[in-house]
Write a protein that binds this ligand. Structure first.
Ligand code: ZN
Length: 463
């Protein structure tokens, strides 16, 4: 088995920054030592001087091949995980979907089959429950045993994924009893659908109205309601893709009370805004996702939340749809634009740019992008850190390189970049997944099928 030695880099984890050599054997990190102090021999030596050595990113929110609005997210598990690797992410947690009338297990089996043999990096699953009933509630503990310990519910999308408050409460009760974690899409979908209908009647059909009808107050209201339901049920709560400052305030208030309430945001809410949604000639459709992009003023609250730990995780909600042929389904009716943005390849770089810009520290970068998502979803310290015993998912990161983000050069299977033309400082150079080099000095050398399913334990912030 190959022994790999990474020498001379600055090893950054959520806890420390130290210059160290890193020894890897049998796919795992076996030791760290002060540079040059050990007589280690290795089959492969990677010189990381002047570079960062960081844990591979853990993206806890992706939707490869998701069926949505009559079409499918354009990245398959094969193309999406390859793009993730290019961007320094070595684990994704995607969402298996329960079809209405089917069991959770059937949904999980279907998604396992989509991923199996196709992934460049390791993957795990959350379970989307689109039909909370006696049978599916009974299945939840069984899924937890199989390493799927988190369940996503929707207060949005009536008639599709929507659960009512009674269903939410019941699922939360089971989660509270069994150690499962409820993930919530917190938007008042019933009220939003009324506003959508009224906007269309007024002839307001452009993409920017998507942002106007999905009001910040309706995100805040749903966030507040989800928190109260979780309190009543005695369950923890993880709110996905928080975008409104009013919703951050609800999370902060809950956490100030000591409640086990967690929040995730995404790069698009930190770097993009309703200005993008308002781009002319239907270009705004590229930025249609839910929760929607908010006016720029909301960004400061998100950054502050990330610094104060009122928000703990940055995931991508990667759910790409091509502009041509997919986003175009909503020309003349914004409500028919498939919801979602590409981003799995850009997250580590954009968050490094946030370090350069002074929004967060280097260690906080690793914490929100690697360590906390791994702990939140029960795969730490196998993933999310560089320490003896951890999987050797390691990125050699050049903090001085600059690059221009563009659809011309990205590896996601989508015909546009949400960050087209943006210059960022920092670039992934080499990526190891369980000790195997998958990106070698900006050449892809990995292969589909290297990535395996990672069964997860329970959320590590509880009990
Ligand atoms: Zn999502």
């Amino acid at each position: 088995m190959t022994r790999t030695l990474i020498t001379g880099g600055l090893v950054i984890t959520a806890a420390d920054e130290v210059h160290a050599d890193v020894l890897i054997e049998h796919g795992r990190v076996v030791a760290l030592a002060a540079p040059g102090t050990q007589e280690w021999t290795a089959d492969r030596v990677i010189d990381a001087s002047q570079k960062y050595v960081i844990p591979g990113g853990v993206d806890a929110h992706t939707h490869m091949e998701l069926p949505f609005g009559g079409t499918f997210a354009s990245d398959t598990f094969e193309t999406g995980t390859r793009a993730a690797a290019w961007g320094g992410t070595t684990t994704i947690v995607d969402f298996a979907v329960q079809a209405k009338g089917e069991s959770l297990q059937a949904g999980l089996n279907a998604w396992m089959e989509k991923a199996d043999g196709n992934c460049a990096i390791d993957y795990a699953f959350h379970m989307i429950m689109s039909d909370v009933n006696e049978a599916t509630l009974r299945e939840m503990p069984k899924l937890i045993e199989h390493g799927v310990s988190s369940f996503k519910l929707f207060m949005a999308y009536p008639g599709v994924f929507y659960s009512d408050d009674g269903q939410i409460l019941r699922a939360m009760q089971v989660a509270g009893d069994t150690g499962g974690l409820i993930m919530m899409h917190a938007e008042n979908g019933i009220a939003i659908d009324v506003l959508v209908e009224q906007a269309l009647v007024r002839g307001e059909t452009d993409p920017r109205y998507h942002g106007e009808v999905r009001k910040a107050l309706l995100e805040a209201e749903a966030t507040h309601r989800a928190i109260q339901l979780a309190r009543v049920a005695g369950s923890p709560l993880y709110v996905v893709h928080v975008s409104a400052q009013e919703a951050v305030a609800e999370l902060a208030a809950a956490r100030d009370k000591g409640l086990p309430v967690f929040g995730e945001t995404c790069p698009q809410y930190l770097f993009l805004s309703t200005d993008n949604l308002a781009e002319p000639d239907f270009e705004g459709a590229k930025y249609v996702c839910s929760t929607p992009l908010r006016p720029k003023e909301h960004q400061a609250a998100l950054w502050r939340g990330l610094r104060t730990n009122d928000l703990q995780v940055v995931s991508t909600d990667h759910c790409p749809f091509c502009f041509v042929g997919q986003k175009e389904l909503g020309r003349g009716d914004f409500s028919k634009i498939p919801n979602g943005l590409p981003g799995v390849e850009n997250r580590m770089d954009l968050l490094h740019q946030a370090v350069v810009d002074g929004h967060i520290s280097r260690r906080r970068w690793i914490e929100i992008a690697c360590a906390t998502p791994a702990r939140m979803f029960g795969i730490y310290p196998q993933k999310g850190t560089i320490a003896p015993g951890a999987d050797a998912d390691v990125v050699i990161y050049d903090p001085h390189a600059t690059q221009v983000l563009s659809a011309e050069t990205h590896h996601m299977n989508v015909d546009y970049s949400a960050y087209e033309g943006k210059t960022v400082t920092g670039q992934v150079e080499t990526v190891l997944s369980r000790g195997e080099v998958v990106v070698d000095q900006r050449k892809y050398v990995g292969h589909a099928g290297h990535g395996g399913f990672v069964p997860r334990g329970l959320c590590q912030y509880l009990g």
